[in-house]
Design a protein around this ligand. Structure first.
Ligand code: JB2
Length: 214
């Protein structure tokens, strides 16, 4: 892989993304951070400069520059997902990011821009979709499917054969038992234990997890 790399967003998730990029020895290629609010980006320990807003992309065409999505929060407006899709449509490529201290079984398919962070384990037969996050220390056991733009939070566990559809969030430390299906853009709260299928867009919390009212 070659070419310049820009990080989108400079907040909490971007710090983890940048550490992963440094761990992959990509530092020579990282030219900077673009952020919607460039004056309030916290300093990063890697001395990666903030170049301005996404308007700066006009100086970094897709032919020479690849992007890394540093927005983490899934949020109601699906901003991380929309930003990825808009810039992908403009021709930008998003390399997948697999931390050298993640364990990814042979044959696992990892989509464009997917991010698998330090200490995560993705077991045999699984698929991680484009722009999805398997965050720090999360587990996707055998035959799992993490849909495009979905986020498996830090320390969450998907048991064997779990499917998490597009744009869904499984919060930190949650457990989803084997074979369960989590619908698209559903949200599973931190620490929940999901024992039944989750409807599209539902919000679940508790042990065992129950659907929260709108
Ligand atoms: O359209 C945008 C845009 N919208 C917001 N383009 C660019 N280039 N940047 C954008 N941003 C910027 O993303 C915001 O101005 C802000 O600096 C950054 C988001 O940072 P924040 O720390 O608020 O959220 P985060 O998504 O990086 O991290 C959250 O989610 C992670 C998964 C935190 O809760 C973390 O603790 C969590 N691990």
């Amino acid at each position: 892989m070659s070419g310049k790399l820009l990080v989108l967003g400079g907040g909490g998730h971007a710090q983890v993304v940048m550490e992963t990029m440094i761990s992959l020895a990509w530092q020579e290629r990282i030219v900077g951070i673009l952020d919607a609010d460039p004056d309030h980006v916290p300093e990063n320990p890697f001395a990666i400069p903030v170049l301005g807003t996404d308007a700066e992309l006009e100086h970094f065409p897709p032919e020479s520059t690849q992007l890394v999505n540093g927005l983490g929060a899934v949020g109601k407006d699906h901003h991380r997902e929309r930003l990825f899709l808009r810039l992908q449509k403009q021709g930008y490529q998003f390399p997948s990011l697999v931390h050298p201290d993640a364990v990814v079984a042979r044959g696992v398919r990892v989509g464009a821009g997917a991010q698998i962070m330090a200490g995560a384990v993705v077991q045999v037969g699984s698929v991680v979709g484009e722009n999805a996050i398997v965050n720090t220390g999360a587990v996707v056991d055998h035959d799992g499917a993490v849909g495009a733009h979905a986020h498996v939070g830090p320390g969450a566990v998907l048991c064997g054969g779990v499917t998490v559809d597009e744009g869904a969030l499984v919060g930190a430390g949650a457990t989803v038992i084997q074979g369960v299906h989590v619908g698209h853009h559903a949200v599973v709260g931190a620490g929940a234990v999901v024992v039944r299928n989750v409807a599209n867009g539902a919000r679940m919390a508790g042990v065992p997890a129950r659907e929260l009212p709108e």
